[in-house]
Ligand binder design. Sequence first.
Ligand SMILES: NC(=O)c1ccc[n+]([C@@H]2O[C@H](COP(=O)([O-])OP(=O)(O)OC[C@H]3O[C@@H](n4cnc5c(N)ncnc54)[C@H](OP(=O)(O)O)[C@@H]3O)[C@@H](O)[C@H]2O)c1
Length: 279
Amino acid sequence: MRAFIFGSKGQLGKAFARRFEKEGWEYLGADSDELDVTNPVQVTEALSIYRPGLIINCSAYNQVDLAESNQKLAMDVNGYALRSIGMEAKKFETTLVHFGTDYVFDGSKKAPYTEQDSPNPLNAYGKSKLLGEKYALEPMGASVFRLSWVYGEGKQNFIYKVRQWAEKEGPLKIADDEISVPTYTEDVVDAVMAAMQRGLSGLWHLPGSGVCSRYEWAKEIIRLAGIDKEILPAKMADFPAAAKRPGYSAMDNSALCRELGIKIPHWKESLAKFMLGKN
Ligand SMILES: NC(=O)c1ccc[n+]([C@@H]2O[C@H](COP(=O)([O-])OP(=O)(O)OC[C@H]3O[C@@H](n4cnc5c(N)ncnc54)[C@H](OP(=O)(O)O)[C@@H]3O)[C@@H](O)[C@H]2O)c1
């Protein structure tokens, strides 16, 4: 199988590239410096020349707060780009894999969201990602996996930020009323590879297992890093931000686990694997 990765230098894109290399798959990756997914001509050209059997779209505009003032860019990258990628996938009968977010939910359920729950995004980022899901799912056979609190190789994640903040003076204050699930890129790749082997399509929730607050997550990061730092629970309202965020956006991965006959590791297990390099 020959694969094409959009957003190949992001956290998830790199994890897919590593896996394809390890498994000897033929693949090509492009990121924003080589190909702009908002430019349909570039998208068409790349896909029509390479003719992949699988498209993995890891490109995204993930700056949740900046998306409020850059709504057009967020819509173009996270939403409308999926119209052209989706159309090309359909034209070439190529399987399309795309990724969504827990921020399509408004948090009012206060229990893990399933694929049957209705989205109601609170911010521009969530709205743009919801539009992308819709376009991605239009071609028959496409799959969309919703993720939350993604981390892996790279600096654009909470683990890197917590370690940076921990170098500053005084205790760390982290919200204990912001709840979701940390999701390790390697777990996403494992599940997507299993889904592709089964020819699975449609919309699926693919977070890590378990649920936690940002505060609990930060405490575990500091513990695993062996850093001596006091962490105090705070509230989301203590950190005014441009974008409104759901307080509770944890998703339930049990439908996907059942369908594939897999277990997705608990977030603490995966965090230890990532930070300590072991289970
Ligand atoms: N990160 C999270 O916490 C989180 C949470 C829920 C869902 N997700 C979803 O999970 C998926 C993977 O996220 P990730 O954390 O791997 O993201 P990431 O590390 O931010 O990677 C996204 C990549 O897309 C590239 N990109 C941005 N605009 C582009 C454009 N116009 N054309 C081509 N490439 C472009 C970025 O390049 P530049 O760096 O040059 O902009 C970056 O390399 C995304 O769909 C994301 O929305 C992520």
